[in-house]
Write a protein that binds this ligand. Sequence first.
Ligand code: CDP
Length: 755
Amino acid sequence: MGDNPYLAHLPPHLRGTRGSTASSRPADPLHGFMPRKVKAPQVTRAMDGDINPFTKRPFSSGYKKLLERRKRLPVFSQMSEFYEMFNSNQIMILVGEPGSGKSTQIPQFIAYSDLPHVKGKRIACTQPWRVAAMTVAKRVANEMDVTLGKEVGYAVRFEEMMEPGATFLSYLTDEILLREAINDPRLAQYSTIILDEAHERTLATDVLMALLKDVARKREDLKIVVMSATLDALKFQNYFSEGKRKAPLLKVSGRTFPVETLYIREPEPDYVEAVIRTVLMIHQAEDEGDILVFLTGEEEIEDACKRIKKEADDLIDNMPDSVGPLICIPLHSSLPPSQQQMIFCKAPAPRSRGGPPGRKVVVAMDVAETSLTIDGVVYVVDSGLSKQKVYNPRIRVESLLAAPISKASAQQRAGRAGRTKPGKCFRLYTENVFINELEEQTYPEILRSNLASTVLALIKLGITDILHFDYMDTPPPESIMRALELLNYLAAIDDEGNLTPLGGIMAEFPLDPQLSKTLIISPEFKCSNEILTIVSMLSVPSVFMRPKNNQKKDAEAAKALLTVPDGDHLTLLNVFNSYQQNKNDPNWAWNNYLSGRALSQADNFRTQLQRIMERFDLDLVSSTDQRTFYVNIRKALVCGFFMQIAHKEDEKNNYLTVKDNQIVALHPSCGLDTNPEWVVFNEFVLTSRPWIRTVSEVRPEWLLEFAPVYFDVASFQNGETKRALQRVIAKKTGVAMPPEKKKGKDRKEHKGGRK
Ligand code: CDP
């Protein structure tokens, strides 16, 4: 025991020394517990006891009931094996079917071993999806009979439920833990870090794996558990190997039932329509059992839910004796907490007396593939698609597109139907597509993402050779080069790749570098209060609601009243300010077709960003000069977004993105009342055609003034954009520009770019 660094600071009764504990604390449920030496029978006894060891209060009857259910989870029957492996290894891998109890039980097992509540430490469990982090934390707080936000908490972007000093188990999104690592590279407050859903291979989890490997070498006391739902654990075992010794693997054996897979014969032109038809067909023709539907985006999910509900109601009205009641629940990442619990609600849908069974339909995005297990599902309807990030480093565009899933994902989706009894999976694609067109595995996100934030974070963490960092899968060098180039233009790193003081502050903000740059520069333009608001509004889901039915016109009229014709960024500012002014009216957002939830997220995020501004003594100022008020805001935007400028090309109102030369149009949501010659845009979106969204007018003189290196005309291809810039220069200097000008090596960016 003396060689265990973890025990040194514990009070004697918790070091497990016989005699010293027996008489002094006879009632302690953790009596005899030696941290990281505990055995399953001890823990089961404590769990079966009457006193909650984490609160010292008697367990409630609800706890006992939940405990009985927990004991039936596959993970529970392998508790002994778990402790053997956990206690004697610093890093371990754990795989098990979704629903086997990994996310909910393993952190609790570890709490009985680490005893973080007496050690002043924390256990972290990461989740790729915010809705999973929130719901699992709530579930675990219930199971442990403690308060959510106190002993067990969560932290996701825009929302946090934790109490410093009290929270000893926290569920965090992987992105939040990565942010914490930037502030505290040793992650000193944690005793164990669990990376859950590692098979999802999100960008943040991949980077965390690499960082944690390194931290583990420096901190003997830190334990790491990597959990995955798929069986190809070998990659993780090899990645975390020590010399020739692979990281140990614990396989949790789950029990699953056969799932019959049905394909469509001909491709479906409209998959949402096909989903709705299939759900109603199952509801009318199949035996009892809930339905899980996989669609792609939030709006699509909400819309499908409404349509399913309406059509089911019509059916019931027409055939009350042969169709049972149906409830339809959406599941996506921005679901308000009040609705999240409904997904897990165990009560069956209401029954019409003596009539056919009721049914629950959950319409979900890929979070339900492995991260959240919904009991009672017997039928799966798989659209075959999910929203996926795609990055084109050549034109620096990252888009979220509905794209075909991999075979591995399709298998996971089907598996959700066979949890409690034999089930059926309806694939809304042909068997030929499944066999010949779907990729085997989902591509790790790091291979298809814009890496600007990640690279900045790595540089901040002192990693100098970004290209040869210890990635599980090395990202394309072009993506890394693009990230370095952007950071250099933004003056976050110098020409040698070293972090500048500005870059050091930028890395502290949980934002894309363009946004953090705009924010940091904004006091110089006397508009930091306004930019704080705009940046927050740009970071949350869209605040504008878009009803499809007869309310569409009303919604558009409400938006028009809040629109500022000079630019969408200014409209966002106006919306937020109006929201603040009307805070006393609970119906204001609703009446104006705005999402109250997105607005309050923006409000929270603004406060969070403001705190970071204050930490770095960045002034919070507003201009009182009405003439320059809007101009200054747009100037500040140019300083961060000078690489996202488009120039009007022709009378058809096509725009050309500067340097990347993509033909784009202003998105239909754009509120500009004219088609200005130069615009700054927040986003490139590719749907029916390439659009630029959230757009404001800018002046070309600002581009030349604030980003002279990027806007060095000599570096432009011949074309209308170049000619337009030359005209501006000629007007300013009074001298016509020669067609080509040599790039001056000694020219320095100031506000906008390289220093
Ligand atoms: O992590 P893994 O997929 O292995 O399983 P889990 O998330 O720990 O889920 C274990 C059980 O807890 C499942 O039966 C879930 O349905 C249930 N659960 C729940 O009822 N409510 C939640 N918020 C989360 C899980």
